[in-house]
Design a protein around this ligand. Sequence first.
Ligand SMILES: Nc1ncnc2c1ncn2[C@@H]1O[C@H](COP(=O)(O)OP(=O)(O)OP(=O)(O)O)[C@@H](O)[C@H]1O
Ligand SMILES: [Mg+2]
Length: 487
Amino acid sequence: MMNDWAGLPAIYGDVLRRAMESLFRTFENFSEGTFIVDADARVVWINKRYAARFGFSDPQQAIGRDCEAVIPNSLMREVVHTGKPILLDIMETDREPLVVTRLPLKDDAGATVGAVGFALFDELKALTPLFSHYSRVQEELIATRQSLAQARRARYSFGSFVGTSAACLEVKRQARRAAQLESPVLLLGETGTGKELLAHAIHGGSARANQPLVTVNVAAIPDTLLEVEFFGAAPGAYTGVDRKGRVGKFELANGGTLFLDEIGDMPLPLQGKLLRVLQDKECEPLGSNRIVRADVRIIAATSADLPALVASGRFRADLFYRLNVLTIHAPPLRERASDIEALAYAMLEDLSTQTRGGSHFELQDDALRVLCSYGWPGNVRELRNTLERAVMLSDSERIDARTLAPFVGSAPSGKQRYNEPDAVVRAGAPTQPQALVSWSDAMAAFEKRFLSDALRANGGRVIDTANQIGMGRATLYKKIASYGIEV
Ligand SMILES: Nc1ncnc2c1ncn2[C@@H]1O[C@H](COP(=O)(O)OP(=O)(O)OP(=O)(O)O)[C@@H](O)[C@H]1O
Ligand SMILES: [Mg+2]
């Protein structure tokens, strides 16, 4: 540097030298901390106040140490490596954040020999508006990340899957094994048999447990939006509400598990795209030239008869084979009646804490007989709903057959299939007035008929039907799927 002044009048050189010295002194005086490191980012000098802030009563104790050992979030190493200044930055500390400036120090040949850092503001009064904005944004970000992480954690573990029947133990054994592996998992079984619960448990028991579990319910999303939901969209790529663009679930699940619920409802064109993504492990958000690579483990579930859908050409055979690697069949409740008692007690305990602060419900023998002689077409979900209604309306903690009977449906136990789309309607049809059905079965039968009629009147167009009957589209899609209405 001295060389640069050689041709100047002596007085100019003096002014410049003074400028440099006083600049350093001014910064040193006004800053909360000053800090110099060598080319290896080791502390050469630190002022007393700054050293004290980081727990060194004597600045000498900090000399020669790595900068990060003295100031944990220091970026001085980056400055000496790159030779570039970081003119203005916010550095988090144990106390409030600091506004810092970091400059490289060069030798005559221009090589970086060290760096100097100034922490400019501590109380940050001068920057209060900027800082309150920064702090607010920071807090919001932390809160959002926490709630997202919470939402994306597995809600159930293997312990939540109640039952000790041979069929149940076998399912749990297979699911535990699946948790140890990386291949896709296919969960098959009637509605309410615990497929979602198993998906959560498998993710939660896998090496990916600390990464997100992202769910896409294929049946609940209109076909036109599914592609964006899966793969995302560039800003302005489509004319939906979301002009800002959207991150796809595939990308969101990176490192974790993507749970594709009701995969049997996936439209054929999207099945092809999904297959390609599973093979290539990359996708392209709609309207972008960006390739998204994602390491995602797939768990798919459906209550539909997937092999039958393949046979009838409604589900791609190649996608089926790709998913059908670790296949787990969740057994219907009627095939494991010995689990009903344990399930009922687990649910009653759960319900009593949720609804009746600590009551201890007890099932009388005759009530258990009622539960075991029913066929449970809605499986464990129906059992839970039935007990919930009984608990809400029962005056006593002792639940007997008489309390329970009005809430239990009329499907007989046995090994027939209950997922036939018409089972509920037939039970409640006026041609069979003698069949005693529960209120909920009758309502379900009515709802299914009502929705089928409305859909037929609208030529099968779901959106028009939803508008006409005043129901949300997503709700209507769900109901169509759960009643198995053909559109
Ligand atoms: N073995 C089980 N132990 C305890 N609870 C269970 C069990 N199986 C299912 N459940 C409960 O039953 C309800 C339905 O389960 P889940 O949603 O996993 O079923 P599903 O197979 O995904 O049904 P659908 O095909 O209708 O989506 C949930 O409340 C779940 O917690
Ligand atoms: Mg489910």
